[in-house]
Design a protein around this ligand. Structure first.
Ligand code: CDP
Length: 233
């Protein structure tokens, strides 16, 4: 099967004209790839978590690239023309925003804050505004507003299910692609791309890895989250 590309955590294969396979690898990386490890089982966990959440979003009327599963670590998805922008929605302040702005760790955003970043590891994913995105032919202002609305809609669905599972959704990152003039949610939805804490503040997401916790702790946590999601979805 023709390999179309490979990123830090996924491989992309051509299935037919309209579909590609997204194979989730067992690699885990942080700091724009500066830190990297193999975590056996992680590919399956993230593929399963993504599949559950994409199906849930579809049921709530959000169009995603998800079509089905080829095997336990491989999603069949619509072939999109991906836009190299990371759309981050924040409910609770942590990570890059508290370093960049005079905002304290744990401050709650109501309404949530949406930010755009260029997908460019060599430049450490710089923040973008509407002008940058128009000039770089990423999103027009109209599209950027549409993407913000989609991120808010995704948040309403994810926040609720994460709460039902017993956790708090701090923030998440989305990526969109184009198909026949529509903007469709692509990429993945997993603990690599979302920050999830329990009500006492215990970290379940990739921050465990970023902060140097043992790999088994990271895997157990990803596995615990998937189990608890499965009970409520
Ligand atoms: O992760 P970092 O503190 O550098 O960035 P952030 O802007 O605070 O990240 C916000 C959210 O986007 C977190 O849930 C990250 O896991 C996610 N993210 C991602 O999935 N991929 C990136 N390249 C950067 C952030």
């Amino acid at each position: 099967m023709e390999k179309l590309g490979e990123g830090k955590t996924k491989e992309v294969y051509l299935l037919d004209g309209q579909h590609v396979l997204l194979r989730f690898k067992d690699s885990i990386t942080a700091g724009d790839g500066a830190k990297s490890d193999v975590l056996p089982g992680k590919g399956v966990l993230n593929a399963q978590t993504s599949a559950i959440l994409f199906r849930l979003l579809e049921r709530h009327g959000v169009e995603t690239h998800y079509v089905g599963m080829e095997d336990e670590r491989t999603m069949i998805v619509k072939r999109l023309k991906m836009v190299p922008v990371e759309v981050v929605l924040r409910n609770v302040a942590t990570g890059s925003i508290v370093k960049r702005l005079p905002i304290g760790e744990g401050e709650v955003f109501q309404p949530p804050i949406v930010e755009f970043f260029l997908k460019d590891d060599t430049r450490h994913d710089p923040l973008l505004n509407y002008h940058h995105m128009r000039y770089l032919k990423l999103f027009s202002e109209e599209e950027a507003r549409k993407v913000e609305d989609l991120a808010v809609k995704v948040n309403e669905v994810l926040k609720k299910v994460v709460e039902e599972a017993g956790f708090v959704l701090y923030d998440f990152k989305l990526e969109f692609g184009r198909l026949d003039n529509r903007l469709i949610l692509g990429d993945e939805l997993s603990l690599d791309s979302m920050r999830v804490r329990d009500r006492s503040g215990r970290i379940l997401d990739k921050d465990l890895y970023r902060r140097g916790f043992p790999l088994e702790v990271v895997r157990d946590s990803y596995s615990e989250f998937l189990d608890k999601l499965r009970r409520v979805v």
